[in-house]
Write a protein that binds this ligand. Sequence first.
Ligand code: ADP
Ligand code: MG
Length: 246
Amino acid sequence: MGDNVIAVRGVSKAFAGVQALQDISLEIAPGEIHCLAGENGSGKSTLIKVISGVHSPDAGTVELGGETFTKLNPREAIAHGVQVIYQDFSVFPNLSVMENLALTAELSDGRPLVSWRRMRQVATQALEKIGVEIDLEARVGTLPVAQKQLVAIARALMSDARLIIMDEPTTALTRREVRRLFGIILDLKARGIATLFVSHKLEEVFEISERFTIIRNGKHVITCLPEELDRKSFSTYMTGREFDET
Ligand code: ADP
Ligand code: MG
């Protein structure tokens, strides 16, 4: 209890015929960069949905800000500072960058932004927070993937985020864009915001994580520091198969 941004305790979740998660526990400290690694279908996205209140677990609890939830809803998760950047970024493609950001401000504030000047100001500030420049007039649907993602991150940071969850965020990024994303994650850390970075890519996990957790077939395999595990063992834990050296 106490110091964690989030503590997941003994969470299980089944869908018709599939045990997606089984007795998963996970703790993340303030500002920690924690990677959640696992192969496709291992349950990573399901765990994110439990943490963000989208799915109720069949068993187990999620602790946020000292409160223990057996049934968490998305509103409560957001109120406790949990923000998710989904793989599709969940932006409004037909609205401009400015409108996407202004709308988010309105939704979190409950007050309409009355002038274009004010909308522009709010949107500019949101992008400045992550140190990027994007054409405010551009329709988000027409932006390259990396910029859509930046808009999604800027939106996530408009409320008081304590934990940003990124589901396989590098899938469609170039090497350069990955570097920029890692820079943003480190900046968030410096501001005390934790990241749960979901990935199945070994190199990324070793590069960005301070600690990582591997899950396989919905079960917890190991939580450790990158320096505590060699790459060969990592692959073995991910796949459940011995790595053949030849
Ligand atoms: P990952 O994100 O690690 O690829 P998921 O959490 O998406 O894995 O999926 C874990 C398992 O749960 C998979 O077998 C998947 O088919 C199943 N699953 C996930 N969501 C649903 C759902 N809404 N309905 C039924 N099965 C699901
Ligand atoms: Mg997934």
